[in-house]
Design a protein around this ligand. Sequence first.
Ligand code: COA
Length: 332
Amino acid sequence: MLRRAKISAVSHYVPEKVLTNHDLEQMVDTNDEWIQTRTGIRERRILEDGKATSDMAAEAVRKLCEQRGIDPLEIDLIIVGTITPDMFFPSTGNLVQDKVGAKNAWSYDVAAACSGFLFALSSGAQFITSGMHKKVVVVGADKMSAIVNYKDRNTCVLFGDAAGAVLLEPDEEDTGIIDFMLHTDGHGSESLQMKAGGSLYPATLRTVANDWHFIYQDGKQVFKFAVQRMADVSVKILEKHNYTGDDLKLFVPHQANLRIIDAAVKRLGISNDKVMINIGNYGNTTAATIPLALSEAYQEGRLDKNDLVLFATFGGGFTWGSSLLKWAMPKP
Ligand SMILES: CC(C)(COP(=O)(O)OP(=O)(O)OC[C@H]1O[C@@H](n2cnc3c(N)ncnc32)[C@H](O)[C@@H]1OP(=O)(O)O)[C@@H](O)C(=O)NCCC(=O)NCCS
């Protein structure tokens, strides 16, 4: 029988600098009341200039190794979900591997926008279930402040910077990751994208003058799809395994908008104490939201061994999906 992959450690890193809704009121035509009622966000973290996604990811991986009591030399593979790599190449995974001294690991990146962590997690889990590797690190990390236009009120209030990481190891005790349901729909690509800087529109004076190196989002369109798709895929994975919301200990959704989370919670028919929400403190940190929320929930003592946990995500692309797992670690 194939062995499941289990999460054997979870950690996160957030930068110290806080950007509040009141700070944003000084930068664009917005206000705290609008941002809180439309999104649930109060503040977000911003990484300092001169630091990049790999610095946050490396901090999270160092903490992960400390928590599990392992040397980075024991890591076999590092996968980083991100859409804000330090540079086009080498991959952010390569840079993280060097920064943490994981000399025996290989590494690569996965680009699936806000679904980056879940897509990377499914990828990492395959190396454990196949028996190829024993210790796989999966990171979700994004420095969204590097691609957000702080003159565009439609997007600048939404995003923040952070990293989260998990360690995957073979399960011995009927815990671990039970299943994934993952989807993409390229028809949604124009609703949420960073248009320039790639091979279609390499950087030129024209692309810079047009702000094409910043995030563009058709918020309404994205909202419509996110509400439906994230709720559908959350309910479907439970049904597939003959579970209901009653069986769940914790739902850890992607944190893009409190109203999108609320819609999924309603469809699942679960009470709010079964949902991990920290969007108010961090905004949408893209690939980092799920491991960041999971790490905080675990530290808060909200998870114990054998608890049923559901992840769900939606992001640019469009990309979306869910994962169901039995938590493998006792309370910290
Ligand atoms: C972006 C989002 C919060 C906007 O909320 P909304 O309820 O859809 O608001 P609308 O787009 O209808 O905008 C309503 C009005 O508020 C204005 N507005 C937009 N941003 C604003 C801001 N920061 N402050 C104040 N007003 C703002 C709009 O210009 C619009 O004004 P108008 O009616 O005069 O044109 C919402 O669409 C959303 O969350 N979308 C999905 C985002 C997402 O999840 N992205 C990541 C995918 S993982």
